[in-house]
Ligand binder design. Sequence first.
Ligand SMILES: [Cu+2]
Length: 213
Amino acid sequence: MVRGSRFAVGGSRFEEPRAPAPAARATSLPRSASAWGWGPTSAEKRAPCGARQGQRPSREARKRVGVGPHAPLNNAGASHGDSSSAGRVTAVALLVLTVGLVLLLPLAAGTRPAPRDVVIVAHEMAFYLEGDEMANPTIHVRPGEQVRVVFRNDDAGIAHNFAVADWKIETSAVKGKGETSVIFRIPERPGRYAYVCVPHASMMAGTIEVAAD
Ligand SMILES: [Cu+2]
């Protein structure tokens, strides 16, 4: 009974503004609907629902719009993360490769050590070590070391060479200014060995001394 009367009152109160309602209701309904709670008629129910439905899409749209930009951002972030992690992996791989090369290079060098250069110059019918004024000097080498003898002829118009008969080492003759080279390994046995210029062995001759420092 109470409900009925309240409903009747609600209805009577509502019936008065009903004629001008359509225009006014659109703006006033959301407030009045929440105030009434259960009161609204089916038309009013539809109206707030309609209003909600009218709002909902916009909220959802907003959400979607909100999600939309975020999703690509997240994806972008994820892909960025992937690329950076891929970059990290590449960096680590490069580091491992570099470390490996650094560790391996001495081993490779150990298997084939670079020969020590010994520059011997023929000048005015005598041998000299480059940068030294001693004619036909004693050349000091270590047992077993790899040596590259660079033989340079500074005598224009005269052919010279460099030879160590005991080791069967002999460069080609350098006719006039020019140079040649020969790489060989010094024998392990310490000792003294003669070197010569084959065409001028009487004038151009010296000693190679093999000694461990
Ligand atoms: Cu000579």
